[in-house]
Design a protein around this ligand. Structure first.
Ligand code: ADP
Length: 249
């Protein structure tokens, strides 16, 4: 469970990034956070990861009250959260090592998550399959995957962590529309049972979520399902959806 109670954040520069935000995401729910640039979405993620502290209010993640969490417990908190950021970094290790990140598991388990993100067929064509090295810093025959393939690998890595909470910040930005659609269609299977917070400005993905939080002017202005929000007269979500729909239909 992830909950923000009356949370406000003012950066030291004096910028108000969040103002009295209340949001509760229940266990296993899939929440979508949407809003224009500068609306405070990334600030909320930084709070959940305890990279920053709120100016006022409380944040609860998996039973931790983050205001009371000691510094030495922060790694334990982060182990309960899998995340994919827009600027994810893959390492100059093998494909498998990029998924496992030091954890131990069977090659079959790695294949299974690669299959789920739609990357297994590609990996099977590489010279050494999942043991093929990424990039060319250390291996002259290392492979350079496309931006979209790297993004799928980053998603596989986040899901493999098997953390109860997963945060996806524009996870499909580098994917072409077909690959993006395939990932969306598999999202429930991919994220299955985890509490997921999905941040994107692409509203086509909202339909897959239990609840949508629309950020604007440092706070949540609308909260509801796609069907509730898309028909709200004068609503921010309805307006954003109408503006973007022309690109989807
Ligand atoms: P979003 O993710 O929705 O684009 P952010 O949470 O990044 O929005 O930013 C919200 C507001 O806080 C913006 O006005 C932004 O300029 C400001 N902001 C973000 N990070 C910092 C920071 N480290 N220091 C000062 N202001 C910041």
């Amino acid at each position: 469970m992830v909950e923000l109670k009356d949370v406000s954040v003012t950066y030291s520069s004096g910028v108000d990034a969040l103002h009295n935000v209340n949001l509760k995401i229940n266990d296993g729910d899939f929440a979508f956070v949407v809003g224009a640039s500068g609306a405070g979405k990334s600030t909320m993620i930084k709070l959940i990861l305890k990279e920053i502290n709120p100016t006022s209010g409380s944040i609860y993640v998996n039973g931790y009250n983050l205001n009371k969490l000691r510094r030495r417990r922060i790694p334990a908190l982060r182990r309960t959260i899998g995340f994919v950021f827009q600027d994810f970094r893959l390492l100059a290790f093998s494909v498998q090592e990029n998924v496992l990140l030091g954890r131990e598991d069977t090659p079959e388990a790695v294949d299974s998550v690669l299959e789920k993100v739609g990357l297994l067929d590609k990996v099977n064509t590489l010279p050494h399959g999942r043991d093929t090295m990424m990039f060319r810093q250390f291996e002259k025959d290392g492979v350079q995957l496309s931006g979209g393939e790297q993004q799928k690998l980053a998603i596989a890595r986040a899901l493999f962590k098997n953390a109860p909470v997963v945060i996806l910040d524009e996870p499909t930005a580098a994917l072409d529309p077909v690959a993006e659609y395939e990932i969306y269609c598999r999202f429930n299977e991919l994220v299955g049972g985890k509490t997921a917070v999905y941040i994107s400005h692409r509203l086509s993905s909202c339909k897959f979520c239990d609840r949508i939080a629309v950020f604007s002017d440092c706070t949540i202005r609308e909260l509801g399902t796609h069907d509730e929000l898309v028909h709200k007269p004068g609503g921010i979500y309805a307006e954003m959806f109408a503006a973007q729909a022309q690109y989807y239909v």
